[in-house]
Design a protein around this ligand. Structure first.
Ligand code: ADP
Length: 190
């Protein structure tokens, strides 16, 4: 059983690497961004609530995110573990995740942080914006807001896991396969 937090700024490649990791290890992908976009597409109440935050590049309030993750963990049966992608994004979310996993007799194996310089992030997000249909990918001001929110509110989450000796940093610039190989060697050492 592996429970992995895949961490990094917007555009770091978390989604790309998650897809490969779930195939290799049989893990359940829990991307809060994907879950919100699904709700948005289905026009649920939760989707409507999240929309105004997401489209501006702000964080959805903690209690909303935490409730959604709790539901997903509780309804998932027979898994080899989870890849948390885009969650936790605040220290309060990280504390809540520890509690939730504890209730299910699980714990975080480790956090893997993908490091990518800001200029490359902006290029990648804009490139993705050409095909992603994501409002938050298509405008410089919104991209800058997301990076600022990451630096101010999300980066402290790395310190949280570092304090538990669970943080490994990886260079997120390079070939997808090479980065994947580095991530798998970290996971295999858990
Ligand atoms: P990216 O990593 O490219 O920013 P995500 O798909 O992870 O994209 O997130 C898109 C948006 O969804 C965020 O900007 C935020 O508004 C919302 N969101 C996703 N996860 C969280 C979270 N854990 N806490 C608060 N808001 C979140």
């Amino acid at each position: 059983m592996y429970n992995i937090v895949l961490f990094g700024p917007p555009g770091a490649g978390k989604g790309t690497q998650s897809e490969k990791l779930i195939q290799k290890y049989g893990l359940t992908h829990l991307s809060t961004g994907d879950l919100f976009r699904k709700h948005l597409g289905e026009g649920t109440e939760l989707g409507l609530l999240a929309k105004k935050y997401m489209n501006e590049g702000h964080l959805v309030p903690d209690e909303v995110v935490i409730g959604m993750v709790e539901d997903k963990i509780s309804e998932t049966k027979d898994t080899h573990g989870f890849i948390f992608d885009g969650f936790p994004r605040t220290t309060a979310q990280a504390e809540a995740l520890d509690k939730m996993l504890g209730n299910h007799k699980m714990e975080i194996s480790g956090m893997i942080a993908l490091e990518v310089p800001q200029e490359i992030l902006k290029e990648r997000i804009k490139e993705r914006g050409k095909t992603s249909n994501r409002v938050d990918d298509q405008d410089d001001a919104k991209i800058n807001t997301r990076i600022k929110v990451y630096l101010d509110e999300t980066l402290p989450v790395a310190d949280y896991y570092s304090g538990q000796n669970k943080l490994t940093k990886i260079n997120g610039v390079g070939k997808i396969e090479e980065i994947f190989a580095e991530i798998t060697s970290v996971i295999d050492s858990y």
